[in-house]
Design a protein around this ligand. Sequence first.
Ligand code: KIV
Length: 274
Amino acid sequence: MSTPAVPDRKPMTLHRLRDMHAKGEKITMLTAYDATFARLVDDAGVDTILVGDSLGMLVQGHSSTVPVSIEDMVYHTRCVARGNRTAWVVGDLPFGSYQESREQALRSSVALMQAGAHMVKLEGGGWTAETVHFLTERGIPVCAHLGLTPQSVHALGGYRIQGRDEAGAQTLRKHAKELADAGAAMMVLELMPSAVARDVQADNPGVMTIGIGAGQGTAGQVLVLHDMLHVTRGKLPRFVRNFMAEGGSVEDAVRRYVAAVKDGSFPDEAVHAY
Ligand code: KIV
C-alpha cells in the first residue's frame, strides 16, 4: 500500500465533518466497495467513503441497484472497513431493507454499523423523515438522499433530472426540510438543477449536502469511483469528470479529485451542472 497523503490523518468524525462544513471547507466523498480501493482513496485524502449500492451495477453486473441485498451491503461494508484507516464510512441501506417499518430500518442499520459503517444512507423523502428520526434518536447518524433516487428508477421512469419544474423543486425543498428537522446530518442531492440544491443548502445550513450532478452550491461532492476513473462502460453522465485522463495513476486521479473539490474547480457550473 502507498504512503498516505496526510501521514498522520486522524480518523474522521461527525464533529470534524461539521466543523469543516461550518468553516466552508468542501467535503469530499467517493464510493469504494472493497479493501484495496478503500485504502487507496483514504490514503489519497478523501474525507468520506460511500459503500454505495451502486455496487449492484459495478461489482455484481446488475442493470440497477434494485437487486442488492442487505447481506451484500454488510459484506462490502466489512471489506471497506478493513481497508480504510481514517475516512468516514457511509453504508447504503439497499432497496427493501428499510421501507417496511422503522424497526426493519433499525435492524438493517445495526447490521451496517456492526460491519463498520459510521453512518447509514437511505433514499427518498416524505415517509422517510419518521424513519430518520427513529434512527437518529437511537444513535445512528443518517445521510438522506434526495433528487434522483436510483432505487426508485422504475417509479421515476428512468435516470432523469429531478426538480426541474417549480412543483418538483418545491417538493424537494419540503422533503429536505423535513429530513433536516428529523435529524439527518448529511444529505446526498443527486441530479437536480444547481439552483434547487443551493436552496436546499441555504434552507438547512446545519446539514452537509453532498452533490452529484447538483452543481457547486453544496457542502461537498460525491462521485462513483469507477465513473471518475472512466472504467465504466457506456455513456457517462454530464456531471462526471475524467480524473484518470489527468492523472498518472489511480491514486493521482483521486488526489486530483480531492484537490478540485476542495478548491471549487469541480464541478464546473458551465460543464457539469444543470
Ligand atoms: O450508490 C451510490 O453509489 C450512490 C451515489 C450515486 C451517491 O448512492
